[in-house]
Design a protein around this ligand. Structure first.
Ligand code: ZN
Length: 425
């Protein structure tokens, strides 16, 4: 009989604990006024600080256990709190219902192994008020490169038209949440598929199979159709390069831009659009020295500094180098054995004539399948000529491809550290 009683009491106690914990969780969620906050209640609280003062009640709650960007998160919270709490100090002897309330909730979401979204939700009620105001602040973090990221790092230009205007964005696993003061809406990554930059969002984020994902980024080059690779040296240039990009885009064409590190550093936005539009970026050294006159160490530095600058902006490391003046020797080749050296077989001499009536025919009269054409986007006089070359080649049925696409389509491999003058070895 006693035994049964013990069991009975134990069951009652367990039931009470269950009900109490449920109540506790619900109570915790009571202050949350926005629909988007509700999901946070199912997350685990990993850190909680409470201040129960006469003039205000404050709570900082961290859900999950992320520690990315802690400094930025803490600084932001502190800046809002200090002003809010300061204001309550002019009041004294407030009753519980009258005092101010501030709650900060920080939750985070794993998008994939490299990406995390962090959201701060601050709910505030002033002294003698019943109304809560909410502030949402978000950060998105790339753990591989240890840096904060934004949508321009995930998507090629054009996505803005679908996403629209927003103030804050939170990256989650399959979609992002947009906020403008309050929750606006959710945009699925899958709906932005065509704008996704490779390897930033993965197949799981797009809700497609790995096969479909690979297909999405597969080269659209037809190896049986004629093709050429147009290359632009010495840029990027913030005036000329975008005009050339536009011409390429309109003809569904790609080109390769051999950039100088010093210009990369100066015009990061131009670099970014070159890359986002699917063009290839190659290295043309930092400041255009003749590599055959440099020490091994300086050759390396000219190339690695430029690679770093390009990587910083695009997350991509070039695999091809064009030596300035086309000048190289065995030392240059062996020092840069991680790269293929890309020369050219059609020299437009655009830098010399500065006249499209001269250099356009020079290219068009000579061109054939597999060619690599040399132009310079550093000269404004090259722009109208380049636009003509791009349009005319497209009209003649050429596929305008990147250097790596050309070499690959012709059955070679840029990773094998060779010298290429054209796609015909
Ligand atoms: Zn050059």
């Amino acid at each position: 009989m006693k035994k049964i009683l013990y069991i009975f009491i134990t069951i009652i106690i367990i039931a009470l604990i269950f009900v109490a914990s449920k109540l506790f969780i619900e109570n915790n969620c009571k202050l949350e006024v926005k629909q988007t906050m509700r999901e946070s209640c199912s997350l685990q609280v990993t850190q909680k600080e409470i201040e129960d003062k006469d003039n205000y009640y404050s709570e900082i709650e961290k859900l999950n256990s992320q520690t990315f960007m802690d400094e930025q998160v803490n600084t932001y919270i502190a800046s809002i709190r200090s002003d809010f709490i300061e204001e309550t100090k002019s009041y004294n002897k407030l009753k519980k219902g009258e005092r101010a309330v501030i709650t900060d909730t920080i939750d985070s979401y794993e998008v994939n192994d490299n990406l995390y979204g962090i959201r701060i939700t601050i709910n505030m009620k002033k002294v003698n008020s019943d109304e809560y105001t909410t502030i949402i602040k978000t950060y998105n973090f790339d753990s591989t490169n240890q840096k904060e990221i934004n949508l321009n790092d995930l998507f090629k230009s054009g996505y803005e038209e679908i996403v629209g205007k927003y103030d804050q964005v939170l990256l989650k696993e399959k979609a992002m949440y947009l906020y403008d003061g309050e929750y606006l809406n959710e945009v699925k990554y899958n709906d932005l598929k065509e704008y996704v930059i490779k390897d930033m969002l993965l197949s799981q984020n797009l809700d497609i199979t790995q096969e479909e994902y690979d297909e999405l980024f597969a080269s659209k080059v037809d190896p049986n159709k004629k093709m050429v690779a147009i290359t632009f040296d010495d840029g990027p240039n913030p005036n000329n390069t975008p005009q050339i990009l536009e011409a390429l885009k309109q003809n569904n064409a790609k080109a390769t831009f051999f950039m100088l590190g010093q210009n990369v550093k100066q015009y990061p936005e131009t670099v970014k659009s070159v890359y986002d539009l699917g063009n290839e970026i190659g290295i043309h050294t930092w400041d255009h020295p003749q590599l055959t006159k440099l020490s091994v160490e300086n050759i390396k530095k000219q190339v690695s500094d430029t690679s770093d600058a390009i990587f910083e902006i695009t997350g991509y490391r070039p695999t091809i180098v064009r030596p300035p003046y086309g000048s190289f020797n065995d030392t240059v080749k062996s020092t840069l054995s991680d790269y293929s050296l890309i020369l050219w077989n059609i020299d437009s001499l655009d830098w010399k004539s500065r006249d499209e009536n001269k250099f356009v025919p020079l290219v068009m009269n000579d061109v054939q399948d597999g060619d690599i054409i040399l132009l310079h986007d550093i000269h404004s006089t090259t722009v109208p000529g380049a636009q003509k070359i791009i349009t005319q080649l497209t009209e003649q049925g050429y596929q305008l491809v990147t250097v790596s696409e050309l070499i690959e389509a012709k059955g070679y491999d840029t990773s094998k550290a060779q010298v290429f003058y054209s796609g015909r070895q």
